[in-house]
Design a binder for this molecule. Structure first.
Ligand code: CA
Length: 634
């Protein structure tokens, strides 16, 4: 179903209706062009016309005839006679580098079979999200993807890729469909401004700099100059991911725009942004400006844009960048609005519960940050930096160890026990309504990759060697994250020792530092198997139901020192589970509760549960050093 937009260019073969809200303009002219820039073959100016209005700030023009794939821009004149040009902030398509908007026939951008395209039905599985970047995913020359598609949307449509294009080691989507995650989170795929789409090889960026919110980025397409191509290829990517049984979460950056002088600012000055008392842009984003979700114009813009992506592109969820730049009322309204879309309740919504700097939102508005989680809709989640810091240490104090890498202090053990209850027990520092609001993670695109963090902290230099103790710390950290109640999340490649050679902020590239090195799936095959086994076991251990408060909590078990142990009601073949974490480099003795217990995961191997007859233990037992252990009773 197509989502109707209140403004923009509404196309039919018979006519196109242009609508622009420009509350301070006295006159608006529409200019039409053959191409998205004057440098392209066939560039031609098609004329200019004055739009009707304003009526309540809205200018309208109905152009007769078929304007498909024509480009356009607006010329605005205010009452003082100041003239400015702008592309359309509501554009659904654009030319190269997003500088001119385009009239698009969306129906023609649908790939074959699109009407039947659906995101996955999780069928009781709790989500586990794997975060990647379109370019990082496939630019490795060994990725097995054909050279023309490397780093592009279409790389996802190559379903049978293997390392170096031959052999047995799966790569890219072929690898991912067997890993056990439920969703791919894509770093920005909306049109961003920091990479020249004509020459993507000359630049690299993560893309947190929005230019056109409702258009896919052009540098990931095979042809950035024909606006319909990026739309079709983006849809083909999503369709291919869905066919692999996975969902797509879109990373959205509504908190700021690339330029303060954006299309939003040019067409409606002062309406969409917060300002300082002197009129200069407020800057809670740390990127030069902050949008104003607490006021109707931007709130409505966000709502329309999100509904459009959900319906036109079939995305399965949204990750909100710097969500505390937005207000709680808007975020809850977003959740309620998405819920009303057909199938909308299954969309995931979560974000970073912080801003870069304090916001200038209305004093009565409440930032959607950590302190306000209890006021969130219970299906609006947050990244839990508390769990991350407890498990592996804060990224801002890199030589300070976490629980999983050599610091089993009283304080951290207490935080681990709380996290094991899904952070939803007030008495134990919890703050969420339910564990389904908590993303448990130890690495994401920001800060160090897990392998790098552990390497730096050891004072080591070599990021490429397989150091056994470091590997074990990775197993404990991920073992804890994925056995705790909550939504699972990890940075792509965490499961094969991803390295950026110690770079803690690689947003500007280079590409070869950021891209996934698929050869590491061979080198770190043992770690990949650990994640795969764990993700399979998690389906029983942390099913969807476990994300409810009453189901999350287990009984704590007797453990020595600052080990942690808890008992959970079982699922599937097991009536009860025991989960133990031993952060010490020595074995620790425990007395298991009465009865015989199957050893499902021993801290080294997470696939013991797959055996017909897993090893059985009872009574006094020794927890292996540096281990996350799961036992089950039949
Ligand atoms: Ca762009």
């Amino acid at each position: 179903m197509r989502h109707p937009m209140p403004f923009g260019a509404d196309y039919t073969p018979e006519r196109t209706v242009f609508r622009l809200w420009a509350p301070q303009a006295a006159e608006v002219k529409l200019q039409r062009f053959c191409t998205g820039s004057d440098e392209e073959p066939g560039a031609r100016f098609l004329g200019e016309v004055s739009m009707k209005g304003p009526v309540e700030g809205v200018f309208t023009y109905t152009a007769p005839g078929n304007l498909k794939n024509e480009y356009y821009q607006y010329i605005l004149t205010d009452s003082d006679g100041n003239v400015i040009w702008s592309a359309d902030p509501w554009a659904l398509a654009c030319g190269v580098n997003g500088q001119r908007s385009m009239v698009v026939d969306l129906a023609e951008t649908d790939p074959s079979g699109w009407a039947g395209d659906r995101g996955p039905d999780l069928a009781g599985k709790a989500p586990v999200i794997w975060e990647t970047h379109v370019r990082d995913f496939s630019s490795d020359p060994r990725s097995g993807v054909t050279p023309a598609n490397r780093g592009k949307y279409l790389a996802f449509t190559e379903g049978d890729t293997t390392l170096d294009g031959a052999g047995e080691v799966p790569t890219c989507l072929n690898y991912l469909k067997k890993l056990g995650v439920t969703h791919i989170q894509l770093m920005p795929i909306f049109d961003y401004g920091s990479v020249d789409e004509r020459h993507p090889e000359r630049g690299y960026n993560w893309g947190y700099d929005p230019e056109n919110y409702n258009v896919p980025e052009g540098s990931y397409s095979s042809d950035p100059c024909h606006g319909e191509v990026r739309i079709r290829e983006c849809k083909e990517m999503i369709q291919a991911i869905h066919r692999a049984g996975l969902g797509v979460v879109m990373d959205v950056v509504y908190n700021h725009t690339y330029r303060s002088d954006s299309w939003l600012a040019r067409t409606a000055p002062g309406e969409y942004y917060r300002t300082m008392p002197d009129g200069s842009p407020a800057n809670a984003s740390g990127c030069g400006n902050e949008t104003a979700s607490d006021r109707p114009p931007f709130r409505e813009y966000m709502l329309a844009s999100l509904c459009y992506w959900a319906q036109e592109y079939h995305v399965d969820g949204f990750r909100f960048d710097l969500m505390a730049v937005h207000d709680v009322e808007t975020m809850n309204l977003i959740r309620a609005t998405l819920d009303r879309l057909p199938g909308g309740e299954r969309l995931l919504t979560y974000g970073e519960p912080w801003s870069a700097l304090p916001t200038r939102m209305h004093p009565e508005a409440i930032p959607a940050g950590k302190a306000a989680v209890r006021q969130f809709n219970s299906r609006l989640g947050i990244f839990c930096d508390d769990t991350r810091n407890a498990l592996v240490g804060s990224p801002f104090t890199v030589f300070e160890k976490g629980y999983a890498n050599g610091n089993p202090s009283d304080k951290l053990a207490e935080r681990v026990r709380a996290a094991a209850h899904g952070w939803c027990d007030r008495a134990r520092m919890g703050y969420a309504n339910n564990p389904g609001q908590i993303l448990q993670y130890v690495s994401c695109h920001d800060n160090y990759a897990l392998w790098d963090r552990l390497t730096i902290e050891e004072g080591a230099q070599n990021y490429d060697c397989m150091e056994p103790h470091r590997l074990q710390c990775c197993k404990l950290a991920s073992g804890m994250c994925l056995t705790m109640p909550g939504i699972g999340f990890f940075l792509s490649g965490e499961e094969f020792g991803r390295t950026k050679q110690g770079d803690g902020n690689s947003y500007q590239g280079p590409e070869d530092l950021n891209r996934l090195d698929w050869g590491r799936t061979e080198q770190f095959a043992d770690l990949v198997e650990w994640y795969r086994g764990l993700l399979g076991l998690r389906e029983w251990l942390v099913p969807m139901g476990r994300l409810q408060p009453e189901r999350a909590k287990g009984d704590y078990l007797e453990v020595p020192d600052n080990c942690v142990g808890f008992r959970l009601g079982g699922e599937g073949p097991w009536s009860t589970f025991l989960v133990y974490y031993n952060p010490y480099e020595t074995g620790k003795p425990v007395t298991l509760p009465a009865g015989e217990w199957q050893l499902l995961c021993d801290g080294q191997h997470s696939d013991l549960w797959k055996a017909d007859a897993p090893p059985v233990v009872s009574g006094g037992w020794m927890l292996p050093p540096v281990s996350a252990v799961v036992l089950g009773q039949v």
